[in-house]
Write a protein that binds this ligand. Sequence first.
Ligand code: MTE
Ligand code: HPA
Ligand code: MOS
Length: 752
Amino acid sequence: MKNYDWLQHVRGESLFLDDLTPPEGTLHAAVFSSPIAHGKIISFNLEEAKNSEGVIEVLTAKDIPGENQIGAIIPDEKLLADDIVDFRGQPVAIVIAKDNFSAHQAVKKIKIELEEFSAITDPREAFQKGQLIIPPQIFSLGDVDSVWKNCDVIVEGTAESGGQEHVYLETQGSLAFPVEGGGIKIISSTQSPTAVQRAAARILNLPMNKVEVDVLRLGGGFGGKEDQATAWASMTALAAFKLKLPVKLILNRQEDMRMTGKRHPYSSDFKIGLTKEGKILAYEVYFYQNAGAAADLSTAILDRTLFHCTNSYFIPNVKATAYCCKTNLPPNTAFRGFGGPQGMFVIESAIYKAAEKLRVDASVIQENNLLNEGDEFPYGQKSKYCMARPAWQKAVEKFNLAEMKNEVELFNQKNKLIKKGAALMPICFGISFTNTMLNQASALVHVYTDGSIGISTAAIEMGQGVNMKLRQVASEIFSIDSSKVKIETTNTTRAANTSATAASSGADLNGKAVEIACKNILDRLTMSAQQELKTNETDKIELKNEIIYLNGKPTEFTWNVLVQKTYAKRISLSSQAHYATPNIYFDKAKAKGEPFAYHVYGTAIIHVTVDCLRGTYEIDSVKVVHDFGKSMNPTIDRSQAEGAIMQGIGWMTIEEVIYTKEGKLLTDSMSTYKVPDVYFTPKEIQVDFLENLNPSAAIFNSKAIGEPPLMYGIGIYFALWNAIKAFKPSNEIKISAPMTNEKLLMMLYVYS
Ligand code: MTE
Ligand code: HPA
Ligand code: MOS
């Protein structure tokens, strides 16, 4: 069950958008964007750019035949700014030239005159000025106000978490060409083909059936292409539509970093109340989300922050308020975890502050308050098949926590300038799009007369292995070798009305649709075999390893022969199927419901060593017990867990997105934005499978894996916290992730 894609990747055989041989006469586009974060456009001068060598055309908002609008949830985002610019890097004009170099040269020749306004980059300032994208969102359970008086300790504080650049290896891009009848075909690097189709149709004033979107595979999306691939696709569509020639646009790394949104930074206030035994009685939290200049997916991300604000703990009284604050930064967007990590970071911070006050190890409070079967989440759903405690217990026993603790203590007694720190990080993540409507998918399965199979679904392969899992579903249902199954590109004419491949539910939703379609065909094949073998009612037909069995005995009918015979009888060998997650709902007005098909649980134990002279640190180990359900593909699932853990650790440690007060991105290249490399990875990563059958709506009793393990990375912040405390117990930690080396050093010597 290796992932076939990996073989192609290492051989350099996989085809990404930029690897396609472009059609004859393809033109190249480059984007001119706002040089300031906030202001009014007075005028442009495009003449010099238009006359620049190799330039065919320069397009602006007035060239848009349809509506200048790409906002998906809220229509508040223009494709090309025509009056007010709201962030630095906001697209204003598109240059189309014979080649990429000429297009970029011409972009530099565009002159724009602007009246500059003051810019807001801080979400709290936006809040104070009433710049909210939607009204405040509130989740509550019990009644916090009436229980503060019963608490033995109450701790209040503030926690900041930073943005995160997606750093997908493949930058944003698109290739569009005109097709017969005035339509457009777009090849896009998107997680959401239908979002691209809808946006381009709106821009061009075309019905959706005249816009075909095709997606090969992505060199990573991580949420960054859930909503933000639409702009570039719409631009190439517009240019191809206007010029009647194919147009390609691929952002270079710096353009991509400057123009696209990232994980949302949050600033949050918390108040937590506990008994002296460490039972949490009440938790009140206010989240200020830095949405950037347009809604994008911010409101949905804000929801997930609220859904996960109590992580894997049961807290009987909760009041969580979230503000979607409009600032003059590029619109921030989906990023693995989708707001969940930001919510979880704050409850963990609150627990660590409370532990200091109670003079106990934070793990005591964590364990004390873990969810039990049947406990209610603040949104009304009850925890079912709850693995919070089993995962915690297994981690503590399997990795011998007591011994590890002793080692840390001994080490810290012996060493003055080098300190170790450890932290436990339990997680709980809800699976399903929180917007119930999106939890649907479709599959189109063709069995060809030679017995090979082609499958189209809504799923996008972005490195997470969904194509391999879909192949496994078909190969399992038909009991044929997976090499017979091909997963086709994702295409809006073969799979319509696709939800984004996101929310970790790609394999669940599309896998289920494939399962249904394959079973439809299998039923027909079985009927056909019954006719061929002239069976009676009590006879049992089975397909096993490409052979037809009659009453447990192999017949001369192979898969291939049966397929041909069935075709000869004029029986359809194709099926289209639709799947919708059953029994989920959410009442937005009441903020209650059962939005998730199931939850994923687990616990990580993280160890770090801090050099307290230099402020540098190393990651000794990350040991995890993770609830995989019944894993469909342990190789893929383990690699997903390891990748997500590293991405979470990066967010909490060395990845720092820095904008100036004027909204200029300083970390706009791979030399100024640091992602974990091989030297930074933990010396030891262990991922232990807590195997159990997931009886909920998931494919083959597995569990979604894409996002949940990212949140183990949060634990490293607190492992570093403990190491700092070991160096200087009186230190008051100012909670502000990421814990870069610089910040850590300041924490040790300046802030305390
Ligand atoms: N893994 C790789 N290699 N590349 C990616 O872009 N995206 C992540 C995760 N794992 C991603 C990845 C995100 S944000 C999500 S939501 C899921 O994969 C989406 O795919 P799935 O639903 O099939 O798990
Ligand atoms: N997760 C990921 N992406 C989404 C969601 C979600 O819950 N809702 C809309 N897009
Ligand atoms: Mo993932 S952030 O749901 O694309």
